[in-house]
Design a protein around this ligand. Structure first.
Ligand SMILES: *Cc1c(COP(=O)(O)O)cnc(C)c1O
Length: 381
């Protein structure tokens, strides 16, 4: 690691390592758990911040044929990497003015309301061919999808889906990461009853948490996102996924301070004893939340190095007093995400969820991509 660091990350404040082998193994594990349902991949927000250019081809080669994005622009970015014949979906739905582009590109919209169904049908008539679509039903989250009344109205209108090739009917769980929530079963029942009112089509319910719930939550297609990237699908349970990201930050200065010296912005910490400090080149502009000031930590091996004072935009001061003298020097690295500090731990310290830490990971990091085989060495870009 240190040799790679020295050679290939000159000028960067931190190295983000993305392990595509772990990603692929996570995909295979989820696909096995979901079988006989098919397993898609949710790659919205640039594959949760890890990069669609790397993530999508790795999943494609592992056999993934369905990719979910949030926006049409994302879908167009994913398309060249997804392989011929893969289906690419837009979860946020069909936005006014985007219909022609969506159809022309062969992207599949998730129709989230009656007006979207009608816009898609109108375009199908104009083009003189049927257009593929997903219909999302809101089974109890009040975020996106047809309300129960809209489903009923659609079901009772003859020819209401003319010109639409309905390839999937889906819903989304509000509490999928809570293994014992009775709300999951309620949503399942509501969804199955409403879906039965529509023409027969494959069904999809499960995100990562839903895959872990198993049973009837699997249906025909599952849609895991965060678990692919190594995050525990069920909150508070042992994490069965292989970690995909590792983050190591560079030490850009070390110093000793005396009792009484102020540390960081606002002098919010004053040393109450002689302390050894190290400043690292990661800050809130790199997605390391400012609220981790005084709370979070980095690691050198198993030694916890608490954040001293506030998080700055481009740097963080660490209290390294617990390390043997001279064990951290200019240019050395400390672990921010890795075997000693999981994404889940960072998120808990920051009072948020791992999704937010993952999708916020900075654009300034050097990135090392470990390919989907244990033999080859990674490429840095
Ligand atoms: C983001 C999203 C997913 C994936 O959720 P994870 O919890 O990351 O597995 C699945 N379905 C929908 C509709 C989503 O918005």
């Amino acid at each position: 690691m240190d040799a790679v660091w020295a050679r290939d990350t000159v000028g960067a404040g931190a190295l983000l390592t993305i392990d595509l082998d772990a990603l692929v193994e996570n995909y295979r594990g989820l696909a096995e758990r979901a079988a006989p349902a098919a397993c898609s991949a949710v790659v919205k927000a640039d594959a949760y911040g890890l990069g669609v250019e790397q993530v999508v081809p790795a999943l494609r080669d592992a056999g993934c044929r369905h990719f979910f994005t949030a926006q049409l622009r994302e879908a167009l970015e994913v398309q060249p990497h997804a392989g011929r014949g893969a289906a690419i979906y837009v979860l946020n739905g069909l936005q006014p003015g985007s219909e022609a582009l969506c159809a022309e590109a062969g992207i599949v919209p998730v129709l989230n309301g009656t007006e979207q169904v009608e816009a898609w049908m109108t375009l199908a008539v104009r083009l003189g061919r049927s257009l593929p679509a997903v219909i999302q039903i809101d089974s109890g989250m009040s975020r996106l999808g047809l309300a129960p009344e809209e489903v009923e109205a659609l079901a009772s209108r003859p020819g209401a889906l003319d010109g639409i090739d309905l390839i999937l009917v889906m819903t989304h769980l509000a509490c999928g990461d809570e293994a014992t929530s009775p709300y999951n079963g309620q949503q399942l029942d509501a969804f199955l009853a409403l879906a039965a009112r529509l023409p027969p089509a494959p069904l999809s319910i499960a995100n990562s948490g839903g895959v872990a719930l198993g049973g009837d939550f699997r249906q025909d297609l599952v849609r895991p996102g965060v678990a692919l990237y190594g995050v525990a699908p069920t909150a508070g349970r042992r994490n069965p996924m292989r970690p995909v990201v590792r983050l190591d930050a560079r030490v850009i200065q070390t110093r000793a301070v005396k009792a009484g010296q102020a540390i960081g912005y606002g002098c919010s910490l004053v040393a109450d004893r002689p302390m050894e400090l190290a400043t690292i080149a990661v800050g809130y502009a790199d997605g390391w939340p400012r609220c981790l000031g005084h709370v979070g930590a980095a690691y050198k091996g198993a030694v916890r190095l608490p954040i001293a004072g506030r998080v700055s935009m481009d740097s963080i001061i660490l209290d390294i007093s617990d390390l043997p003298e001279d064990s951290l020097r200019l240019g050395d690295t400390v672990e921010l995400i890795g075997p000693n500090q999981t994404l889940e731990q960072v998120a808990a310290d920051a009072g948020t969820i791992p999704y937010e830490i993952l999708t916020g990971l900075g654009r300034r990091y050097a990135r090392r991509i470990l390919p989907p085989s244990s033999s080859a060495e990674g490429n840095i870009r």
